[in-house]
Structure formats: C-alpha cells, structure tokens
Design a protein around this ligand. Sequence first.
Ligand code: F0G
Length: 458
Amino acid sequence: MSTTQTSTTQNVESAARLRCIACKATPDSAGKDFRCAACGDLLEFFFPGWISAPLISDAAALKALWLQRRTSREALDQSGVWRFRELLPHIPEEHAITLREGNTPLYHLPRCARATGVENLHAKHQGMNPTASFKDTGMTVAASSAHQGKFKWVACASTGNTSASMAAYAARGDMHSLVLIPDGKISWGKLSQALDYGALTCQLRTDFDGCVRILNELVRQKPVYLLNSVNPYRIEGQKTAAIELMEQLGWEPPDHIIVPGGNLGNSSAIGKALLEMRELKLISRLPKLSIIQAQGANPFYRSVREFGGKKLEPMTADTLATAIQIGNPASWKKALRVLQATGGEVEQVTEVEMAIAKAEIGADGIGCEPASAVTLAGLKKLRRSGFVKPGESVVLILTGHQLKDSDFTIKFHRGDLFAGKAQGSEAAEAKSLERAPIVLDANLSAVIAALDAAERNS
Ligand code: F0G
C-alpha cells in the first residue's frame, strides 16, 4: 500500500492557527499557560486552510482514506487518533508519540435501554483506551507537541486520569513528568498508574482546583510543558472520539450524545468535532450534546440554570466520583458554546443516582468508573423531563474503565457506600442491584445452597 499520503502527519491543509475564544486575537504561538496574552481567556485551534483544501472539502474521499488506514501496518494509521490527522494540527511524524489510542468500541446497552425506555441506546467506551480513560486521545497529540518543543518536563494537575495518561505518554516519549494530585482524593488505581509509569508524583494537601493554581504558577517559573486540557492540543486529540463515533454509526448522527462534565474539556472537544464535521459535510445534522454533572460538583449546571451561562461561580466540590470533583472548570465557556450550538441540555445527578446507574452499566457486562455513570443517570432525568424521547437514539460517552475505582464498586455491592444514607425507593433500587460476595465454608453443599437461593431470586 502506498503510504505517501497515509503515513505522515504532514499536511498543509491542516495548518492550524490559534485563536482566543473571547477577544478573537490570533497569536502565532501560545504562552506557557496557553491563555490569550491580550485578555487571559482560553485559546483554541482553527483551520483557515480547510476552505480551499481539495482533500478536506471532499467528504467522501476523507471517509475512504480514514477507512483505508484501518488496514495499514503504520503506527500512526493504527492509532484511532492519528488516523484522522487531516482534522488535527500538524505534528511531524518523528515527534508523534502513540500507544495506538482510540479505536474504542461502541456497545448497545440492552439492560440500560429497558431501564431508561430508550431502545436505541449505545455507549462509546473511552475507558478502553491504553491507560483506561479518554484522556489518551488528547494526550497523544499534546505530548507529541511537547516532544516537538523539545521539553524535558511535562506537568499536569489531575483528579487521576490525566496524570495516568500523561505519565504514560511522557515515558514513551522519553520525557519526565510531574503530577500534582489532591492528597487522598484520587483512586488508588489511578495513583498506581502514575507511579508505575515513573512520574514524579506530588500529593498536595488541597483539592484539584488548588493543584491547578499551583501548576499555573509553576509553569511561569520553570521550563515545564503544561498538559492540562487548557492546552488546545488536548482538545484537538479528544475531538477524534466523536469522529470515530460517527464513522462507527455509518456517518448517521444519533439524536443525542451525553457526556460527564468536570473540567469541561471533553464536552468542548466533542462539540468542536461535531461542529467541524458538519461544516465539512461529513455529517448532515448535529446531535444534541448534553452535559451531566454530579450534584456536589455542579458549577456548570448552576451557571447555565441560574445565570443563563453569563457567569460561573466556583465552588468547593464534593462527590464520590473523584474524577469530576472539580469546582472551577477551566473550559466552561467552550462547553457553553457547544451546548448552545447543538441545542443540548445540562443536568445534575445525586450520588445514589450515579451509583445505581454505574451498577446498571456493570450489569450490561460493560462497566465504567463512577464519573462515567452520571451519563446514564442524567439520561433518566432527560427522559423524565421529555428532552429525550423514547424513539430517539442516544450515545453515552463512558470516560473511564470499571477497574479505575474498584473501591467504589466493592463498597456499593457490600452495601457500605451509603450505609443508611439512601432513602425510600432509591435505597430499594440500589439494594436490588447489590451483589455482595458471600463467604462460605469450603464445602459443596454450601455452594449448591447459594446457587439454589440465587436461582429462586432470579
Ligand atoms: N470522566 C472521567 C473518568 C474523568 O477522569 C474526567 C476528568 C471527566 C469525566 C471529566 O472530563 O474534565 O474533560 O470535563 N478528569 C480530569 C483528570 C480532570 O484530571 O483526570 P472533563
């Protein structure tokens, strides 16, 4: 197979420019904090060359090229991110660091479909990435850009998944990584990943938002490359989840896409991809992109519902879904823009609603981490409000793998998670999903009795 066009990221058509989302300044390069030097707001990439580009303006040719790459032996073609490189900023191939990220499955969820009354319900499982979360799709691009910039150190503040992903990509790219995480507020699985990939891991006595503040000061003083999602390369890579999803659906968009909202980079990225795909006529209509937050970490929900998106009031966040325990989301304005552009909705869910939804996703043989389960819990609310209709198609974006937070899962199934706090019908529903392990004497009749009892209750 000819790889002249397929094995390199070189592409003049994808010459990307930076633009401030607020004052629209178009700087030639970004500062260390990836904020606009003029007004301090976030930067994003745009692609002025697309308008006149023969390949990119030919939707059928692009789709065929991307499909053809799936048969390639080239590392970049095998990546579910770089396969779509025409829609990404150009990074020379020798700097591209890939773990063959992306390529994640789209599953039908029959049990959850019954629970929600939405028959056409699927999950795009971004937890099936190399470090088991969606972060890898953005990290491959942003870490490659650090490599291109010849940085020795990369750094992030994290609730655990970004740090795991960054540590892996830094190691693969022969760079050092500095992780700032809130002490005692991330899961063991995620902490263990950062250690295993060799990161310098600092557990700060603060929350995620406190870690972000320290990191922003640090990057001004030290030559470290910032890999949080304010880095627009992260957003570009994360766009590919939506592109891959549309390809999996035969370029027929679903009616709804539902994502969890924390720092709000992922919703911004998926929304950006949808808008760009429509502009390039890769899809003919926009799905509604809805964002779900945990009730204890709901600054964006409150911003939209209480202030019409005019301002965001930071808060102290508190939720068992540690991944999204974020009180001052950096990308809220980007997320607001895509929410409005796609006509999506914002919702919040309680801890019990999230835990029930997580057990239901598990019972469909899929599983996910707690933060991802807010999508299903949110869908139930959007059904009740009539925003999602029974005949419509819905895709939930599951952001992290089930094994990321096994403590949560075990506590739920042992009935310890809410220990007496869940009330009424919610408590009964949670109870019906619990599957606590049974400790038995090591004899056959005890096991047969357990099996018979389970059979009677099934
Ligand atoms: N789901 C999971 C599993 C996450 O780890 C995160 C964010 C989100 C959802 C929310 O995505 O921030 O783009 O809105 N985790 C970050 C981290 C903050 O540090 O790992 P978002």
